[in-house]
Ligand binder design. Structure first.
Ligand SMILES: Cc1cc2nc3c(=O)[nH]c(=O)nc-3n(C[C@H](O)[C@H](O)[C@H](O)COP(=O)(O)O)c2cc1C
Length: 363
């Protein structure tokens, strides 16, 4: 089924307008009679945030913004799914066109602007799959026109915590004006205090849900010092490094490169991997990290793990490599373990972090 999808549908999708292609991919996933995937090798298992992940390869936020297909995504072999970003109130996002495929660069630029069906619709869908199993987290954000951004995150946690495995506080979408300012130390301090408080309140009589912080790869190292310091003080459960970049590293598609928005895919790999390693050395083991940005092969996924990621997430790679990518990354990771004579992936986490941070800054 997966190879059928990649051979027949994926090439067709790549000829269409990217947003239409995405809608068709979701429609196909909703209808496809996907079989349950074969169990993953125990050597791919990873413990993080108090959860046991069957394999470390997740689908990043933004693919299933409204929680329409989390179970289909689990059936594709992902070890976990992050749905969203979701905002408290429904909002349309930016005018189209707002999603651009840079084929020659194997990259994407998006300025969707957190288009969301809103927390009520997403909570209802997640509630309807209660007991279905699998690790499904939610990425939460703030409405564009909100007055109190922090209150928006709290509202999302209150509505969604009972229905998810983890919550990701997204302060790094480049397409909601001002959102990234929440990464500044004082604002982040207040945000995380209220987020953790909301998490504790929603956990009364139920399991405490891990809270992860997702950051931009565009932070300066001084800002990263602050962010990791604040995150550690509030004892958050983990960080995702990271979101799309507003930088434009050496792109071939010069015209499309001028589009405003966040860049993802292969050209993001070097910067996001460097930021991951920088975060890893600052976190000093206080919490695990998820690495995201430009993963489109087993080698790229393993490089993230060695740079400090306990888990990885991808989105853009699927557009260019198809859904067979998930299986090929998993089998490559097993090969890398064999070659390196390692028993489990945990042994590889952070092995190269110091080396990565010593390299010249990726240009
Ligand atoms: C179309 C699109 C929409 C996205 N929407 C979100 C979002 O709602 N929230 C978020 O935190 N990240 C969002 N992202 C960022 C991804 O989750 C991921 O961090 C980033 O794309 C880097 O991974 P990649 O290079 O594998 O795509 C989006 C990315 C794309 C391409």
């Amino acid at each position: 089924m997966i190879s059928l999808f990649d051979r027949l549908l994926a090439p067709l999708l790549r000829t269409l307008d990217p947003e239409l292609a995405h809608a068709l991919a979701l429609a196909a996933l909703k209808r496809a009679p996907l079989p349950r995937p074969a169990a993953d090798s125990e050597r791919l298992r990873m413990q993080a945030f108090g959860l046991t992940f069957p394999n470390p390869v997740g689908i990043a936020a933004g693919f299933d913004k409204h929680a329409e297909v989390p179970d289909a995504l689990l059936r594709l072999g992902f070890g976990f799914v992050e749905v969203g970003g979701v905002t408290p109130q429904p909002q349309p996002g930016n005018p189209r066109p707002r999603l651009f495929r840079l084929d020659a660069d194997q990259a994407v630029i998006n300025r969707l602007g957190l288009n969301s069906e809103g927390v009520a619709a997403v909570a209802a869908r997640l509630a309807a799959r209660a007991g279905a199993g699998g690790i499904v987290g939610i990425n939460i954000g703030a409405n564009k026109d909100t007055v109190d951004r922090t209150a928006d995150y709290v509202a999302c946690i209150e509505a969604l915590a009972p229905h998810v495995s983890f919550l990701t506080v997204n302060v790094s979408s480049p397409n909601t004006p001002g959102l990234r300012n929440l990464q500044q130390a004082a604002a982040l301090d207040e945000l995380l205090a209220r987020v953790i408080d909301a998490r504790e309140r929603t956990a009364v009589g139920a399991a405490r849900k891990p809270v992860l912080l997702k950051i931009a790869p565009d932070l300066s190292l001084g800002d990263l010092d602050d962010v990791v310091g604040v995150a550690r003080r509030h004892r958050i459960d983990g960080m995702i490094v990271g979101n799309t970049t507003i930088s434009r590293p050496n792109l071939r598609e010069a015209e499309k490169a001028k589009e405003q928005g966040g860049l993802s895919g292969r050209p993001l790999f070097a910067l996001s991997t460097r930021m991951l390693a920088e975060t890893y050395v600052r976190a000093e083991g206080a919490f695990p990290l998820i690495g995201a940005g430009g993963i489109d092969s087993g080698a790229a996924a393993f490089a993230k793990i060695k740079a400090g990621a306990s888990l990885v997430q991808l989105y853009s790679g699927l557009i260019f490599r198809g859904i067979g990518l998930v299986g090929s990354i998993k089998s490559d990771l097993l090969d890398f373990l064999r070659i390196g004579r390692m028993e489990s992936l945990a042994e590889a986490v952070g092995r190269d972090a110091a080396e990565v941070t010593a390299q010249p800054w990726p240009g």
